[in-house]
Design a binder for this molecule. Structure first.
Ligand code: ZN
Length: 397
């Protein structure tokens, strides 16, 4: 054992009861820093020290997950940042096919022709002209009433599931659970899934595993299929983030490393800074994928001043705070208790804190949350791989 290995072993031992990110980091560090110097790629991150091992973006306080719930539909850690990219306002980029004048006209006279629009944020938003996930052979829609999204989201889900099935013919269909409801907005029991950009995707399991309810799904997961799906999503779709339990993340990271995927690329996906695949509690049995929907989001921003021109679109999303009552909210936003209850399919006036409400408005919205301009970052692609590595990637026929 060389000095490098010994140092890393010490590091790994110190960190061994720490968390997913730490483990991934250690694995990545092992993979990266114990290569002969000559074989390190120029862009390989420098060795990390113990204090750097936990990216600040990742939840680290629940090593035991004592209160974890295996309900496939419950999510946590799903809030969306309100921060704009500093100094950046690219103007109209993704919906330049529609001029401002045309938009104002068609919004009133031919709303459907504008296509899907994602209003607000993933955790405080809604949808206009949503598209429903159709039936397909590469996927199963678990609950069609909750499988509405932006066009971009639906397209990305269809093409990713098809790609996995093309590479693994005979694979079970991808289970597509909640995306959003038709008009978006709050959907029990999620914090997000409001603007048509979030999708909960069940894992692929070993064909012989059968139905399972076990807490730790790793022993029955089909690593090749799940990694193929993740790889497809991050390399071809506009993915903003994938939330999954850290143990699953480590499992898939290790699998990817074992089949020859680039360690530095995996480091950027799983560890950071700003990892694309992040830990979230209560994600032991599904991937929560949030997509960018550039055209739908940009149109959603552009139509905000137009919403009052149509009563059916003139509403805002309000996040309930401590002490709120329906009466207060109604008078503050020039709405009515009955209209709010109807719009939110509420049977009682009970409000839970942090739940989002659709608030129908009687005039222009002066307090609607306006998201920053959408800017889709460049995809994080692996370095070009040699023919040998590609040939070693599993397929099934
Ligand atoms: Zn989710």
């Amino acid at each position: 054992m060389g000095e490098c290995d010994r140092a890393l072993l010490r590091l790994a031992t110190v960190a061994s009861d720490m968390l997913f990110t730490v483990k991934v980091s250690c694995l990545s560090v092992l993979a990266l820093t114990c290569l002969p110097l000559s074989s390190r790629a120029a862009d390989v991150p420098p060795p990390v020290t113990a204090t750097e091992l936990v990216p600040p973006t990742i939840d680290v306080d629940d090593a035991d997950d004592a209160d974890d719930d295996d309900d496939e539909t419950i999510d946590s850690g799903e809030g969306e940042s309100r921060d704009a990219t500093p100094g950046l306002d690219p103007g109209v980029v993704y919906s330049s096919d529609v001029t401002d004048n045309e938009l104002a006209k068609r919004f009133v006279t031919d709303l459907a022709s504008l296509g899907s629009m994602s209003i607000g944020f993933a955790d405080e938003g809604r949808l206009i002209n949503a598209m429903q996930m159709p039936a397909g052979t590469a996927w199963t829609v678990v609950m069609p009433s909750h499988a509405w999204g932006t066009r971009e989201t639906i397209d990305a889900l269809m093409s990713s599931a098809k790609a996995v099935q093309a590479r693994f013919p005979g694979a079970a269909p991808l289970r597509i659970n909640h995306i959003s409801q038709k008009d978006g907005g709050y959907v029990r029991p999620h914090k997000s899934h409001q603007s048509g950009r979030d999708a909960d995707l069940g894992f692929y399991y070993d064909a012989e595993a059968g139905p399972t309810n076990i807490r730790d799904r790793r022993p029955v997961m089909d690593a090749a299929l799940n990694w193929a799906l993740l790889r497809e999503l991050v390399t071809r779709a506009d993915v903003q983030v994938v939330l999954v339990d850290r143990r699953i993340g480590t499992f898939l990271h290790d699998y990817a490393l074992s089949i020859g995927e680039d360690p530095a690329w995996l480091y950027s996906l799983f560890v950071g800074p700003k990892p694309l695949i992040q830990h979230a509690r209560r994600h032991r049995d599904h991937f929560h994928v949030r997509f960018f929907a550039p055209r739908s989001q940009e149109l959603g921003r552009r139509v905000q001043p137009l919403l009052a021109k149509r009563p059916d679109t003139n509403m805002m999303i309000y996040r309930v705070r401590s002490g709120d009552t329906l009466g207060h909210i109604a008078s503050r936003y020039n709405s009515s208790v009955e209209a709010i209850k109807r719009a939110n399919r509420m049977k009682t006036s009970f409000l839970s804190i942090a739940r989002s409400l659709v608030v129908p408005l009687r005039g222009p919205c002066t307090r609607c949350p306006l998201p920053p301009p959408v800017v889709v970052p460049a995809k994080r692609l692996p370095p070009e791989q040699s023919a040998e590595v590609l040939a070693a990637q599993p397929t099934r026929s």
